[in-house]
Every structure is written in structure tokens, then in C-alpha cells.
Design a binder for this molecule. Structure first.
Ligand code: RIB
Ligand code: CA
Length: 308
């Protein structure tokens, strides 16, 4: 029995690796991929999603363009991390597969009205929040929303308080965390322990296939910013944890807690106020993952992407 998912994404090198992992895993039925503005503007994130689908040998995949800007705030992008194209690193061909005509938000609504689904959110939550606001009825068909975003013990990576995906569209994140839908969070507290290393990157390159070599080249480029910033040997590989959780949940440990998003103070805008120690009586609204078996995570990535 395969698990139907929609991947909502702002590729981004780490998004790309997450998409490759999903397309390499028969347990998952990727019903569609919706692009959102985030790491780079929407025309690039939708194009990058198609580039990665073709790299995975899936030109049949349905890719949709969603929101080109956050719900309220102006778009903030991250070319300083991902490069001008958003997929700097490997030299990948321009996509030939089509972009779907339907808007990504309409696709999410239509799919959620038709079937049970899991949403995998790898970028700002704009598309997900717009779908929930426009069609609140879809919540009953969404089995889980698995999100890469936020942070508490690690603070933020975009401001001292906020992680990029939440910072870019805090109002969307607020909608999602208030939705009552089961949410699993992969925050910086976890992803900062899922670090690349020379050995791990070379393990991809040694596989010798197109997708595996491209993955090594994506990681070579992606890790440089965080290696420099944090002084670590490797960089945190954020987004693939969302997909790896669906495949091997036993790799992850966390707590069911309350999390609310700062949408008022400019100083802490986008901060995920996660009540890890249960000091408030606010009702739990997410499973906040804090620990990952990083060796198991990379073993899974190498094994699966090696099969593409
Ligand atoms: O903060 C890391 C997150 O922001 C990742 O999803 C990365 O791709 C960027 O979108
Ligand atoms: Ca992302």
C-alpha cells in the first residue's frame, strides 16, 4: 500500500535531494509537486522542480506553480545560500517536461477533496495556508503535514529568532499550526545534526549514476555556506528529513507539544515558540522532532538515490 503525498517545495539543493529520495521510494505515491516562492523566485523554483524530476527519470510527474509571494510580507529569497539559479552545483539540462496549467493551490485543494493525502512542506507554507483558507473542508482529508521549518534550541538561521521557511511567510505558518491538522516538524534543532561530510558526499559520487553524481555536486555547493558559517565539517541537510520520516519514522524522536508562530514583533517575526518543556497550558498541536539517527538517515539517502 503506497502512501499518497504532495511535495510543496522551493528547490533549493536540499529540496532537490528530498524530491530525489521521494521519487526513488516505492512506498510513496508522489501525486504532484507544487512549487512555491522561497529560496529563489517562483519561475525558478517551478523550473528547478521540473529539472529534478527529469534527473530522476520522471518527466511524467505533475509539477505546478503555486504562490509567487508570501501571504502578507514581501518575498525574501536565499540566493546567498542556493546560488542564483537555486540549483547551483551540477550542470543540469533545461527541463523539457511541461509545467501544469493549473495553479498549485487549486491542485492541492482538488486533490485533498478527492483523496486522503500527506502534505510534505519543504519551503515557506504559503501554498498550504492559501489552500486551507480557501477550502477549510480539505483539512479532514489531510492525514499529516510534515514540515521542514522552525527551531528553538538552535535559534534561527535567517534572523537570530527565525528559520527561513517560517520567516519568509510567518502568517502562512500561523494558519497551518492553528489548523488542527496533525503536524510533524523537522526543525533546525534536528537538521543541524544531519550534517553532510566528505565521506557522505563522496559516497554519492562513488555510485557513479547521473542522479547520485548530481546529488554530490548539489551538496558540494549547498554545504559551503553553512560550513563557513558554523565552522563545521559539513552542512545541515534539512529537507530530505521530511521524506525520510515517512519512510523510516524510527529514525526520528520528538515530543507532542504546542508551537505558536510570532507574527507581530518585527524583532522575532517568524519565531517558532515551541513549548518543549510544557511550561504553558497551550494545547499540543504538533510533533516536534528533535533527534535523528543521522547515520541511518544518510544510509537511507545513499541506498535509495543509488537506485535511481
Ligand atoms: O532553513 C532551511 C530551509 O529553508 C530549507 O527548506 C531550505 O531549502 C530553505 O527553503
Ligand atoms: Ca526548502
Amino acid at each position: 500500500m503506497t502512501r499518497p503525498i504532495i511535495i510543496d517545495t522551493d528547490p533549493g539543493q536540499d529540496d532537490a535531494v528530498a524530491i530525489l529520495l521521494a521519487l526513488a521510494s516505492p512506498e510513496l505515491d508522489v501525486v504532484g509537486i507544487t512549487a512555491v516562492a522561497g529560496n529563489v523566485p517562483l519561475p525558478l523554483t517551478e523550473k528547478n522542480a521540473r529539472i529534478i524530476c527529469e534527473l530522476a527519470g520522471r518527466p511524467d510527474m505533475k509539477v505546478f506553480a503555486g504562490a509567487s509571494r508570501p501571504m502578507v510580507r514581501d518575498l525574501v529569497t536565499a540566493e546567498y545560500v542556493h546560488g542564483k539559479t537555486g540549483l547551483d552545483g551540477p550542470d543540469l539540462p533545461e527541463p523539457t517536461m511541461p509545467l501544469q496549467d493549473q495553479h498549485g493551490v487549486d491542485f492541492i485543494i482538488e486533490t485533498c477533496r478527492r483523496q486522503k493525502i500527506t502534505l510534505c512542506a519543504l519551503g515557506p507554507l504559503t501554498n498550504v495556508a492559501l489552500a486551507l483558507n480557501r477550502a477549510p473542508d480539505i483539512a479532514s482529508n489531510i492525514e499529516e503535514i510534515v514540515i521542514m521549518g522552525g527551531g528553538l534550541f538552535e535559534g534561527g538561521n535567517t534572523t537570530p529568532a527565525a528559520e527561513f521557511n517560517i520567516y519568509v511567510d510567518p502568517h502562512a505558518a500561523d494558519v497551518v499550526f492553528r489548523s488542527g491538522i496533525p503536524i510533524v516538524v523537522m526543525p533546525l534543532d534536528l537538521t543541524h545534526t544531519a550534517l553532510t561530510s566528505r565521506a557522505r558526499v563522496e559516497a554519492f559520487r562513488a555510485i557513479g549514476t547521473g542522479p547520485a553524481i548530481a546529488t554530490a555536486e548539489l551538496l558540494d555547493f549547498f554545504e559551503r555556506f553553512d560550513v563557513e558559517k558554523y565552522g563545521t565539517e559539513g552542512g545541515p541537510l534539512h529537507d530530505p528529513n521530511v521524506i525520510a520520516y515517512l519512510l523510516k519514522p524510527e529514525l526520528y524522536k520528538g515530543r507532542h507539544i504546542n508551537l505558536e508562530v510570532e507574527i507581530s514583533s518585527e524583532l522575532t517575526m517568524g519565531m517558532t515558540v515551541a513549548d518543549w518543556w510544557g511550561v504553558t497550558k497551550r494545547p499540543a498541536n504538533c510533533t516536534y522532532m528533535r533527534y535523528v539517527d543521522d547515520a541511518g538517515f544518510f544510509d537511507l539517502l545513499i541506498e535509495r538515490i543509488g537506485k535511481l
